[in-house]
Design a protein around this ligand. Structure first.
Ligand code: AMP
Length: 536
């Protein structure tokens, strides 16, 4: 693992890595150090997804108010370095404030060197905020929740994150759901500035007691830690009320506030129910609501939140080619009374459009342009399944041989995948679907209630493929050749840049070598009942 403290070294390293391998994926985990298991979960996720993992450690003076804990914020660089090393991080970027914000006072080279090597604690005084270009997120997102008591905080966060994203140009950047307002603001920032990065949200990691992990928990005594659990209990109680059918903000907030009031040592600053993306207050949760709380325990300010979802369940089925996913998914949807989200049909519709408009599929930029002007409409009910693209019904047309022969080429185009991932998420807003693919549980629906990783040995998948090819013109292919092809495809699928095949950490693996399709369906139905309850 390497450590860089200067922008020059960071750039040099990234340039050399990228020139050796232009398709290199880089995962960035921005932190303020004092690492704990919450940070480590982000690092682990970044490690799974990327060739290179970079952790930035920077206590950002811009995001602390004048009366806040910038000076006292926990700093433990040696331990952070050790934890990063153990977690398989490739490099840490830990600049000083002077390195990040320059030296606007125009100090001499010597002073500037001294400032660079000083500890962060004294750095705040070196920065002239008024001489910096800053990023101003929409006031509607920064004037609510924590923004009310922390004016300027999110501007400071947005500025530093923009700097890190533009310096590092990561493929993906990882943020914790713990800081839900920060996450929403960064997502918006990435969209509004068209930044070519995927913002990945990671679930809140909690102590066994339910207390959300935070660097600031170090300020708490043992007793205060126990008292602070009232926040998690409040969220849980509200979530129960929500699950029992009362989806009003009034009910959720009343329960949460009452629970916190039961613990006098915890002084609630706010409890609010807002839209998780726009942060606008909600009266009733139609699809998803962010219930967020902030409180002080002693002088320590703590935040926590939970997403309340009002949607039917989603079942995500991923796995390698030839494991029987499409048959299983279609039948599982029927058995569970859910809709089958035919993602293949979506790729076919775009392929059909490219062929119809004579757009060369080899011209990725022309395809990106075409896709940007397209819209899909569906009826997912199998009894009346219908798919339209740009107003034209293509339900039958997408099954043509010509479409079949070009669809995988089309699916490899990043702009097509991005368009369809957004489209699939839109279809999942209200839930009630079973979807299959390679990254449904890891990327498209990371919140799916049930994730299945359907697999079979290379030998078994080759044997099944052999049977499928029996009456076709490829019938004389040898089993050994098929095995070689499938092993190669597995390798390609799991190392590809776009949507690599990966088992989600919370997916249940079903090895189907010795199972019939009916047996696989029975298992899925069993898991569904166990996890979610009776079928719809
Ligand atoms: P910080 O060092 O507090 O700025 O946090 C760095 C990143 O870690 C942010 O994206 C946080 O949301 C995330 N993070 C902090 N605590 C947790 C937690 N308990 N669970 C998940 N992510 C967290």
């Amino acid at each position: 693992m390497r450590l860089f403290t200067t922008i020059a070294a960071l750039r040099c390293y990234l340039n050399s890595q990228k020139s050796a391998a232009p398709d290199l994926t880089v995962g960035l985990v921005p932190t303020m150090g004092a690492l704990h298991s919450g940070h480590l979960s982000l690092i682990q996720r970044a490690r799974q997804d990327n060739a290179i993992v970079l952790v930035s450690i920077f206590v950002n003076p811009l995001q602390f108010g004048p009366t806040e804990d910038f000076q006292d914020y926990p700093r433990n660089f040696e331990q952070d370095r050790l934890l990063c090393e153990q977690a398989g991080v490739d490099f840490i970027f830990a600049p000083s404030a002077t390195e990040m914000f320059g030296n606007p006072g125009g100090d001499s080279l010597r002073d500037s060197f001294a400032a660079r090597t000083e500890t962060h604690k004294t750095a705040q005084t070196q920065i002239q905020l008024s001489s910096l270009t800053q990023v101003v997120p929409p006031p509607a997102m920064t004037s609510v929740l924590c923004g009310k008591s922390r004016p300027g905080h999110f501007q400071g966060v947005a500025t530093i994150v923009t700097k890190l994203l533009s310096l590092i140009e990561p493929t993906k950047a990882y943020f914790g759901q713990k800081d839900a307002q920060q996450l929403a603001i960064i997502r918006k920032l990435a969209v509004d500035f068209n930044l070519p990065v995927e913002i990945v949200a990671c679930p809140i990691v909690r102590e066994e007691s339910g207390l959300a992990m935070s660097s600031r928990n170090q300020y708490l005594t043992k007793e205060q830690k126990q008292q602070a659990c009232a926040l998690y209990r409040a969220l849980q109680q509200a979530s129960k009320t929500f699950a029992s059918g009362d989806r009003t903000s009034a009910a959720a907030l009343a329960i949460a506030r009452a629970e916190v009031a039961g613990e006098p040592a915890v002084k609630l600053e706010y409890a609010e129910l807002v839209d998780p993306d726009t942060l606008m207050p909600l009266q009733v949760v139609e699809t998803a609501g962010l219930l967020a709380v902030a409180a002080r325990v002693g002088s320590t300010r703590l935040i926590d939140n939970i997403i309340l979802r009002n949607r039917r369940p989603i079942v995500a089925i991923d796995g390698p080619a030839g494991a029987g996913k499409s048959t299983v998914t279609r039948q599982a949807a029927k058995a569970l009374g859910l809709f089958y989200l035919d993602t293949g049909a979506m790729y076919r519709a775009l392929t059909w459009l490219a062929l119809k408009t004579d757009t060369p599929i080899s011209d990725e930029c022309a395809i990106a342009e075409l896709v940007s002007y397209s819209y899909l409409e569906y009826n997912l009910d199998p009894a009346s399944f219908m798919l339209k693209i740009n107003g034209e019904d293509v339900t039958e047309a997408i099954r043509s041989l010509e479409v079949t022969s070009r669809v995988s080429e089309m699916a490899a185009i990043p702009a097509v995948r991005q368009f369809l991932v957004d489209e699939q998420r839109r279809c999942g807003t209200k839930g009630g679907i079973v979807a299959e693919g390679r990254d449904i549980g890891t990327n498209v629906f990371p919140d799916a209630e049930l994730k299945i990783f359907l697999t079979a040995s290379v030998q078994e998948r080759s044997r099944r493929r052999m049977l499928e090819l029996k009456d076709t013109d490829r019938a004389n292919i040898s089993l050994a050749q098929l095995e070689q092809d499938i092993a190669l495809r597995d390798e390609k699928d799991s190392t590809r840049l776009v949507a690599p095949l990966r088992k989600a950490a919370d997916a249940v693996e079903i090895q189907t070598d010795n199972l019939t399709v009916d047996e696989v369906i029975d298992r899925i139905v069993g898991l569904y009942k166990q996890r979610i309850g009776p079928k719809s």
